[in-house]
Design a protein around this ligand. Structure first.
Ligand code: 4FV
Length: 221
């Protein structure tokens, strides 16, 4: 899978070179392309944002550099073009499964007050929000989306790790434990050390239900 990120702050994406995502890129499973929108402005002063028409605080990213960047990285519109924005549909796990099927994603990162609406109208397929809160830029949301989607690229995560995780069966995940057996007076639940897998599965399902009921009763409806 190829993911192209369009941003005014490419330096923010060095974090995607670490750990699991770094290895996925080294192994050629994930191709990540970070593009500086500023490289596509036609303004002689490299301007990429301007004051909003109608007044209001902050600056708005101009449509031309965005449009030229998108047409450069995705000339045939073969990619799914996504704008990360609080106005978008909230990202949920079922979304991730669908996006993971795409060959090429183009992620547009807004900054400041956002982008000129015409950039969205002309070039964007869908707007996605990572949650009901406002950040300084779309870069962190883009990294969240890259991380979530990349987990479903063949070979990035072992298939056994993709089952029994939060939201995979509509429930939050059961508690996890590892060595040592005792830590500051707290012990690993006996059932997990017993080796009876039917009992372990039963305990884990009960725990998942309990945690979901406590933290996300809406998932049980
Ligand atoms: C956001 C979100 C988000 C709003 C103004 C970037 C910022 C600035 N993106 N999910 N929540 N974006 O807050 O995706 O342009």
């Amino acid at each position: 899978m190829k993911i192209t990120i369009l941003t005014l702050f490419p330096e923010m994406f060095s974090a995607l070179g670490a750990s699991i995502l770094g290895r996925a890129q080294k192994e050629g499973k994930l191709e990540l392309e970070v593009v500086d929108i500023r490289d596509y402005t036609e303004d002689k002063h490299k301007k990429c944002d301007d004051y909003p028409f109608g007044g209001g605080a902050g600056m708005v990213m101009m449509a031309q550099p965005i449009g030229s960047a998108i047409e450069a990285v995705d000339p045939g519109h073969g990619a799914r073009r996504i704008y990360l924005s609080p106005k978008g549909r909230t990202l949920r796990q079922e979304h991730i499964f669908r996006l993971a099927e795409e060959e090429h994603l183009v992620l547009l990162c807004g900054h400041y007050e956002g982008v000129d609406q015409r950039a969205i109208d002309l070039f964007i397929d869908e707007e996605i929000s990572i949650g009901d809160y406002v950040l300084t830029g779309g870069e962190l949301p883009a990294m969240v989306l890259v991380d979530c989607v990349s987990r479903y690229i063949d070979g990035v995560i072992s298939p056994s790790s993709l089952v029994d995780e939060s939201f995979s069966d509509g429930l939050l995940e059961y508690p996890q434990y590892t060595r040592p057996v005792e830590y500051r007076g707290l012990f690993v639940p006996e059932v997990l050390r017993g080796g009876n897998h039917a009992e372990i599965d039963k305990w884990r399902h009960e725990q998942a239900l309990k945690i979901t009921e406590k933290n996300r009763p809406d998932l049980l409806k």
